[in-house]
Design a protein around this ligand. Structure first.
Ligand code: GLP
Length: 241
């Protein structure tokens, strides 16, 4: 695991966008796992802006959605789908076959996870994975105290996740989570885990300096040599002091 601390969210986002840009430039057929939430949004905006301005081809790029709220209609404003459509898919005009994405309204969510598993298994590689370290230490919807070793699966959501700002206080229709598992995340050639702001200070300390344990899924980053953790000074406060 490599760790880098940035002065603020803007510089962290710029550096994240630069890695994503380099990934696509070096391999236009890259497959990239995309987290949602507030942490990577600016990075995605900068990345997409640069891809378009520099006219970098994206017609062979594959985007893999990290997770989804099960039970919300796909076009609900709070879904991870709406987020990736708005920030990545639509601005880059990606085709549906360039996106591997859990549906949020599957009749059989476990079968939907198998479908996503098979689609990912058919890819030549996963080149990069962007993660946001969750307030409770989750990565995607790999929640605390669940099994380490997993492929795409249906997750029981924690109270903390159900309180996520994406749901805007309304989690009534969310019945479960759908998420790539830690095994799938771990096969990415490069893993970029982000945290910014003081609400992440305590969990970042636990994840990066505490024991490696399923009680804090983000602690798995300590064991992954290809992981790069980008923090702003607020999130890194207890690590630096
Ligand atoms: C939710 C999202 C994830 C995201 C995580 C952290 O679980 N579904 O994709 O990585 O929250 O979000 P934030 O960056 O807003 O803290």
């Amino acid at each position: 695991m490599r760790l880098q601390i940035f002065d603020n969210h803007e510089t962290l986002s710029r550096a994240t966008a630069d890695i994503l840009l380099r990934t696509v430039r070096e391999n236009p057929r890259s497959s990239i796992i995309i987290a949602t939430g507030s942490t990577p949004t600016l990075a995605y905006q900068l990345w997409v802006q640069d891809l378009l301005r520099q006219d970098i081809p994206t017609d062979e790029l594959m985007i893999i959605k990290l997770d989804e709220w099960g039970g919300l209609p796909m076009d609900h404003p709070s879904t991870c789908e709406t987020y990736i459509q708005k920030h990545i898919i639509q601005p880059l005009s990606l085709r549906p076959d360039q996106v591997i994405s859990f549906t949020s309204v599957a009749a059989d969510p476990a079968a939907e996870c198998d479908r996503v598993y098979r689609a990912i298994s058919a890819l030549p590689s996963i080149d990069c994975c962007v993660l946001g370290i969750g307030k409770n230490g989750h990565l995607g919807f790999n929640e605390p105290n669940t099994t380490w070793s997993t492929v795409p699966h249906v997750a029981k959501l924690s109270i903390t996740s159900l309180g996520h700002a994406m749901l805007q206080g309304d989690s009534r229709d969310v019945q479960y989570g759908l998420t790539l598992g830690l095994d799938t995340i771990s096969i990415a050639k490069s893993i970029l885990a982000l945290a910014s702001g003081s609400e992440k200070t305590a969990i970042v300390e636990q994840a990066l300096r505490g024991p490696v344990t399923p009680q804090c899924p983000a602690s798995i980053l300590q064991t992954l040599p290809q992981s790069i953790v980008y923090l702003d000074t607020k999130a890194a406060e207890r690590i630096t002091s």
